[in-house]
Design a protein around this ligand. Sequence first.
Ligand code: ADP
Length: 241
Amino acid sequence: MKPEKLIVDGRRLDGRGPNDLRKIKIEAGVLHRADGSCYLEWGGNKVFAAVYGPREAVPRHTQNPLRAIVKARYNMAAFSVEDRKRPGPDRRSVEISKVISEALERVILTEQFPRASVDVCIEVLDAEAGTRCAGLTAAAVALVDAGIPMRDIPVACAAGKIDGQVVVDLGKEEDNYGQADLPIAIAPRTGEVLLMQMDGHLTVEEFNKAFDMAVESCGKVSEIQKKAILQRYHAVDEVIE
Ligand code: ADP
């Protein structure tokens, strides 16, 4: 049911201010059969990412003699949304898989692995808005965990507009009943934009504000990614001792 207001006395429905992110928890190296992996919770989203490769691309006609191809597959579990979702790919998941693949391809040093494929599986177990950003952020950590050489560690976050105000990281009701959603992914060191999509309408001024706020939030998420990666290496040290 549509809430009367999404912002009351400057606070959002879950108590956040306009610049506040939902709670994020990231753990690297959680799946032992994959070359690299990550588990991420972002608000009510729960996502696993697994990376395989670089390995020989199959079928062979997909091989590029000059560089590796990057194949990300985003999937939402049947039980990840309120009404059971029909299993398997649909238009939305094919689109998200494509934009995430293209974003990751921009930072992976694909030229080092001709004819190879880097495969990224993103499994959304619980979905509560912002899953493409959560999936890409988790995939980035899994790629680091797999030792895939990259120019930078990509990171994603959305901003949007609710009740006429620009805010970051839209929650479920904000996504459903808000006026715009602007998910972006960047390479944080250079600020290069790797993914940008938009639902709804923003004026140029609102767009610029939303974009700047999303970039700033990406910086915060990037710090959490880095901590998860450092923690992973710390754990390895302990095993060696
Ligand atoms: P994102 O998850 O990246 O924000 P969308 O804006 O397309 O992508 O979706 C917003 C939210 O809508 C999802 O996170 C999920 O909670 C919900 N959703 C998406 N697809 C379905 C579906 N088939 N059934 C029910 N809810 C869905």
